[in-house]
Design a protein around this ligand. Structure first.
Ligand code: GAF
Length: 406
């Protein structure tokens, strides 16, 4: 059976009590932000492409109140967070924040820092952090933490009418500056702007985003298959891929991959100046941009068959051209693609572990799960959950707890 996940309400309840126990007071606000799964459009958000993620019903919550001091005190409930899980530091107006250890706190500090620089002076506060987003699974637990922190700070400072794009870009900058990951805009965009029942088509060149309703044909569902292989290699290899793509553009004397056609990539002059690896990286980017655009159109039209085929092609391209898959994700995708009722399956996220996503007819769900488990018996046991498109970040007022409101 597919597993169920702890929902936002359960986490808020747990967090409220944890806050009371930790700080001997009542929390006033919560910022709540979801993880995401990308349906198609991988490794092209930093290449001016299109991406099509949706929010998942797994969330991170930051719950707290002002503490009338110049100190920020945060406790992380996550067992996977590195130690110490309890940290204190001065507000940025007293002492400049810098990244350091523990690593989990860099996501929070990065957001506090940029919020203080660009929106409003951050006051002292106490907070607890809880999450149901699996860490290291490519479902964007880091963006969820950044966006939940930013959302919490908006409530704390009463600055809730900020532009959503600015919010997403600030969280992306926090990740780059404080966690050292040169990520694209996809994860923070969808965690901020996602809508229930829709995927988000993001044009990463213009930064425009459009909701793509997933329709009411409930015969097909997206199944997230977690390989349970931690995607640790991903940050170093991620930076390598970014550099290779930049080299391709420089060598072809183009500013954007949107100006590169398959024909120009394959012509004699390009073949002479590009290495094999560079050609393959460029080939993935150009073809994935095309697949994502077509995929969004197919989903909008309810054409699941076409979407499934594009998912399969995307996996092949990530495996062969971009070389960011791994044996376990290939096993899962290959096996799932061969099972009746599965229209498509691909790795999702940064790669080198983490999750795959399959488009499955709901009558075949249990069969698919059973067969993938049997086929992947030599790998870490995969886990499964059916993903529905959840809403993006929300402010929660806890003043009238337990009758809180969004
Ligand atoms: C990670 C990054 F954070 C995203 O920006 C994106 O590039 C993704 O890998 C790959 O599509 O999640």
């Amino acid at each position: 059976m597919a597993t169920t996940v702890e929902n936002a309400h359960d986490l808020l309840k747990k967090g409220y009590t944890l806050y009371e126990q930790t700080f001997n007071a009542k929390p006033q606000w919560a910022g709540c932000a979801p993880g995401r799964v990308n349906l198609i459009g991988e490794h092209i958000d930093y290449n001016d492409g299109y991406v099509l993620p949706m929010c998942l019903p797994v969330v991170t919550v930051v719950i707290g109140s002002r503490n009338n001091s110049n100190s920020i005190h945060i406790y992380s409930d996550s067992e996977k967070a590195d130690n110490p899980r309890d940290i204190q530091f001065d507000v940025p107006s007293v002492k400049k924040l810098t990244p350091g250890s523990p690593k989990w706190a860099n996501y929070v500090k990065g957001v506090v820092n940029i919020f203080n620089d660009t929106v409003a002076k951050v006051p002292g506060f106490n907070a607890v952090v809880l999450s149901s987003v699996p860490m290291g699974s490519g479902l964007s637990s880091s963006a969820a933490l950044e966006v939940a922190t930013y959302t919490f700070l908006e409530s704390l400072t009463d600055e809730k009418n900020l532009k959503l794009t600015d919010k997403a870009l600030a969280c992306q900058k926090a990740e780059t500056d404080f966690a050292g990951v040169p990520c694209g805009i996809m994860d923070q965009y969808v965690s901020v702007m996602g809508e229930e029942g829709s995927a988000l088509l993001i044009d990463c060149k213009t930064h425009e985003a459009r909701h793509i309703p997933l329709g009411d044909d409930h015969h097909y569902v997206f199944l997230v298959i977690n390989s349970n292989v931690s995607h640790e290699l991903s940050s170093s290899e991620y930076a390598v891929r970014r550099t290779q793509c930049k080299t391709v553009l420089d060598k072809l004397q183009r500013v954007s991959f949107r100006d590169v056609s398959l024909k120009s990539l394959a012509d004699k002059k390009s073949q002479k100046i590009l290495t094999d690896a560079e050609y393959k990286r460029g080939h993935h980017v150009v073809t994935e941009i095309d697949r994502t655009y077509k995929g969004a159109h197919a989903l909008k039209e309810g054409d699941f068959e076409t979407f499934g085929k594009l998912m399969n092609e995307s996996h092949d391209s990530l495996r062969d051209d971009y070389e960011v898959s791994c044996k376990e994700l290939d096993d899962i995708s290959h096996c799932a693609q061969s099972i009746p009722g599965v229209l498509g399956c691909r790795m999702t996220g940064g790669g080198f572990g983490g999750c795959a996503i399959a488009l499955v007819h709901k009558d075949h769900l249990n069969d698919v799960i059973a067969k993938v488990k049997v086929h992947c018996v030599n790998n870490p046991t995969p886990t499964f959950f059916v993903s529905t498109a959840y809403q993006g970040a929300t402010h929660v007022s806890l003043a009238e707890w337990p009758h809180y409101h969004y």
